[in-house]
Design a protein around this ligand. Sequence first.
Ligand code: NAD
Ligand code: UGA
Length: 470
Amino acid sequence: MVKICCIGAGYVGGPTMAVIAFKCPEIEVVVVDIAAPRINAWNSDHLPIYEPGLDDVVKQCRGKNLFFSTDVEKHVAEADIVFVSVNTPTKTQGLGAGKAADLTYWESAARMIADVSKSDKIVVEKSTVPVKTAEAIERILTHNRKGINFNILSNPEFLAEGTAIADLFNPDRVLIGGRETPEGQKAIKALKDVYAHWVPDDRILCTNLWSAELSKLAANAFLAQRISSVNAMSALCEATGADVSQVSHSIGTDSRIGPKFLNASVGFGGSCFQKDILNLVYICECNGLPEVANYWKQVIKVNDYQKTRFVNRVVSSMFNTVSGKKIAILGFAFKKDTGDTRETPAIDVCKGLLGDKAKLAIYDPQVTEEQILKDLSMKKFDWDHPAHLQPSSPTTSNKQVSVVWDAYEAIKDAHGICILTEWEEFKKLDYQKVYENMQKPAFVFDGRNVVDANKLREIGFIVYSIGKPL
Ligand code: NAD
Ligand code: UGA
């Protein structure tokens, strides 16, 4: 029986390993983590992350060939293939702070693998890492243990949150990078055999290590660039009377451009786009390529501009002051169908409005009060460093913020509504009832273009949509 161990039971490690266990009943999969509360949650009825379809997959395999444990060393020692799916945050201090990837967690995992291993292993980079990381990891592994063969592979993950299970069941591609030596090719084949249980051969791409590492950063940079491009257009649409949905549709019908990922929004969020682009920018700078670095930096700058623009629009249209006014925030997660708030644009929008002394009533169907208050009191980039991943991290209360468990409660007596996540339920609210319960004039700022603005205007609302004429 092949034994797999995955270090890191997070948004990637948990779902990815659950799907491998589900599709490969003859493989034993153990997911390990240093965070005991996370492991306890994976072993309970309330999984630590919300992801459609995940519960079913976990319940079918847990206790059979899928296990979650804090006994990191034991399971790493026993495994044939060790995936490393730990967080790789942006450095907050020292050389490259604010840009470079912090590989502290990766390095400590690699050192531990070297220390506890008694047999040959394939070590798989699942985390997103800077190009050439495999070389550093190889050095750590081989220097610490003589006589044991470690083969390192890069197998970046392309799942998106909210659709993780569907993406894992039916990936556009699986990418495996390895050394171009006979041992490297043998390791690639071993990992390919795992995915071949359900992924067609032509969708498993094999490359050298550096291409695989860089492809992951490049894919996220290209995806984020599309959103910044359409968001830049949305500003021009608002200035000219063009409608960004019509522009997106028109350009998306060109088969060379394609229709996906062209929705204008309040800005992209999520744990990776910003972090991975900053990482790419840093690598370009370190390689003496400032023009390339500046090109990609602009994707982040436009994203920041879009969030600031949204806040400015709210404040300026509400007679240049939101001081003491109640504003309902509908949606806090960085996208629908997830409870994840990492780098959500809602944090910047809420902080911007709080800076102008607004009172916020926040509602999101999947995000807890504790999480929202923690997010609003944290410094940039601090969220991805383990002390803050623990539930015991301190949160400060904020008298300007209330978190409620119902959209109508958030809206009651509000002067304005900001829709920041595209949850389906926000499309289906009884807007007549909403209007009656609000202060007048009643404003709606739709940061996701989910409501029918014309219908709302008929009711009496003043509606601002992203990239649309008033
Ligand atoms: P996460 O923070 O949810 O999970 C990482 C886990 O690793 C945490 O639970 C942490 O406690 C654990 N950990 C850290 N150091 C450890 C150690 N030494 N030993 C054992 N456990 C340790 O992060 P994530 O969202 O799953 O992302 C992991 C990696 O995958 C990142 O590099 C990210 O860029 C990449 N990625 C994420 C996504 C996504 O959608 N979230 C998608 C593709 C790739
Ligand atoms: C993204 C990528 O899509 C995954 O392929 C990648 O594996 C992952 O990052 C990662 O490396 O972490 P994710 O961040 O989970 O996945 O979600 P996306 O669907 O890409 O959305 C990211 C952000 O862009 C969200 O805030 C979303 O609302 C926003 N977005 C997306 C738009 O504003 N407009 C769009 O058209 C699409």
